[in-house]
Design a protein around this ligand. Sequence first.
Ligand SMILES: Cc1ncc(COP(=O)(O)O)c(C=O)c1O
Length: 384
Amino acid sequence: MSVAVRFSVKELKEYEPGKSVKGAVKLSSNENPLGPSPKALRAVLESVSGEEGELNLSVYPAERDEDELRDEILKYLSGSVRKENVVLGAGVDGVLETLAKIFIEPGDEAVIPVPTFSLYESVVKIAGGVPRFVERERERERGSDFSVPVEDLISACSEKTRLIFLASPNNPTGNCTPEQEVREILDAVPPTAVVVLDEAYAEFAGEEAGAAAGVEAGSSLLGLVKEHENAVVLRTFSKAFGLAGLRVGYGVVPEWLASPYKKVAMPFSVNCLALKAAVAALHDTEHLRKTVALVREERAFLTENLQRLEGFRVFPSQANFVLLDVSPRKSAEVCELLLKNGVVVRDCSSFRAAGDSLVRISVGTREQNEKVVEVLREGKKNES
Ligand SMILES: Cc1ncc(COP(=O)(O)O)c(C=O)c1O
């Protein structure tokens, strides 16, 4: 074929999603163990069926439906931002793609602390940019494992830096970056660089499984958007709201960014069913509360029980998954053992700088989590 595919595209690795295997328990993509809110499901079904159905799938999504979702997001975030600050996308993925298109000219740079969500690297490269990787710290004296090395990150910035990506909680490591450190970063990086704070898992951050969990929109760095002209916060309906299949997420951006965002984002990138479902999901605070309480409780269960298995190291997580270091064994071996026993988890060796001994396990229901623990316990027994 003589048509030239761009060099940066040829060089790109395909995105590797968490595996799905028919009949197996899927704990590989950090989805919601309770599924979507029944109210969100009903909203989707009713909007396209029966006499009440108000959606006509032959027309493009209506602006008023986008507006309605942005209004509901404002309420959910307790009015801490204004409507002009909220932009929508086909998941956080869609928002990331738009941000890269807005900011990256060929040769521009983006700083990415790794290991982390691999799409940051992809969107930068697709736009012709150059990612600069900074390794997260293992076992540092102060703070947690996989902390962001703030000084290294700042030193990695140059006058070419346009974007800095920081997931908090981070995937696959599960740790948050303390607000103070994010402030240090925001204050020190060049004013020409935007700091993207990806809070896809924010609702799960915190420890207690109690009644207040979740309804206050999770632990958050949202306040920083008001204070800093170069901060952006990203959120999603894929995790705590259980709507990964519908692809809807949003960004809270400074006001100057809303207009470039509208120009660059693909029109109608959030489909009409996703808009309806997201609004209904935001109304169902009870489902959100249940999800967050379950994840926090089961995360503690999984962490404690995996820690008891000699030889495994479990990292404290603020997200809806836990990270396990299985060295000296290889992650591939352990994933294979789980798969043979009907559980799919994520081998993290495809994450840049993660090495070959990290396994990420999404928090499931008690029954699913017990199965994980049991398989690994038996696997250990058979080894010794
Ligand atoms: C840190 C992080 N950001 C974003 C996403 C993708 O979110 P969405 O489904 O909203 O595109 C993921 C998915 O795994 C993630 O781990």
